[in-house]
Write a protein that binds this ligand. Sequence first.
Ligand SMILES: C[S@@+](CC[C@H](N)C(=O)[O-])C[C@H]1O[C@@H](n2cnc3c(N)ncnc32)[C@H](O)[C@@H]1O
Length: 385
Amino acid sequence: MNHLTTSLGEYDLVRFPEDPRDRLRAWDAADEYLLRHLEGTGDTPPADLSGTVVVVGDRWGALATALAGCRPTQVTDSFLAQQATRLNLERNGADPSAVRLLSTREAPPERIDVLLIRVPKSLALLEDQLHRLAPHVHAGTVVVGTGMTKEIHTSTLRLFERLLGTTRTSLAVKKARLIFCTPDPDLARGSDPWPRSYALPSDVGVVSGITVTNHAGIFCAERLDIGTRFFLRHLPRSRGPERVADLGCGNGVVGTAVALANPEAEILFTDESFQAVASAEATFRANAGAGRKAEFRVGDGLSGVPEGTVDLVLNNPPFHSHQATTDATARRMFTGARDALRPGGELWVIGNRHLGYHVTLRRIFGNSELVASDPKFVVLRSVKR
Ligand SMILES: C[S@@+](CC[C@H](N)C(=O)[O-])C[C@H]1O[C@@H](n2cnc3c(N)ncnc32)[C@H](O)[C@@H]1O
């Protein structure tokens, strides 16, 4: 079940965090297709992987682990993907330093000879990444993209064409497709439109009208989410010096609202997306006033936050992991919140009514109270006893 077999070797791969109930594999047909292409087929020779190899958007480290022998650099927006890569390298006996782990916020290697791109779900993230990578490729760089056919659209190919050079696609195999691109160093690309900002509407309390910053690919980068909008109108009243966690902070709008309502609150902004934490920091700094302190942390939920050190956790949990709908992340976020809270501390959650978070919260906290609701959303409050 966990074994990926290629001519490079056989790999035992898992997702992060490992969950025995999770039957999902750590790679898919798009990863296999790319690896098979690099190994060479009847018609194509093996790819020359002797130069600087960069792997972008590898979901669970399957590509980086299989290619560890050529000491690639991995570029990802996801802390969970980085953790999965570390775990999979270790499980497969690879030298942990074989893969250089870079986030999307860091500068790519100066010169890239082989650029392998797992097409991300977000076209905006692809656009931003291609803008950042393009100055580092040269006319001889081998560029191969991969994705499931449902992830590759005409707009995806147009981006490659517009930002890197002439682009064509392969035949589909097991519903996956490859993208081949010949870089044109003289292409006029224009400038990267990311990050973008927008002003909040006038009915969201203390943050009404403020401008929020959004790096590419983050949740609701173009406009405020309707659930978040409802949450902003029902946040707890300010309560003196308290430590507040904006868990899964996205662009930081929720934590910034608390900071503006309560000058004594100290906010911890945390998310597993590097782009999100950078956005939250920009939003907070632009609106909270000079000298206001806050902590910005990329990580998995609240893991690593010492137990009993937080007074209030605010959370709009995700209910998708890549294409799959799941409440696994919400459950882990709630459990992490319970551990990080001090006795008497509170977790406030916004969710779609149909997700039934009150049941999960009752199981984890022993209590859950309805604070506000409309036909679509509920705001729930659980207290750590
Ligand atoms: C529904 S969005 C909410 C964003 C923001 N709080 C808002 O309301 O606009 C959920 C956020 O959780 C983040 N996330 C997903 N899994 C996570 C994890 N394991 N640890 C921390 N954050 C995570 C996502 O990157 C995303 O920014």
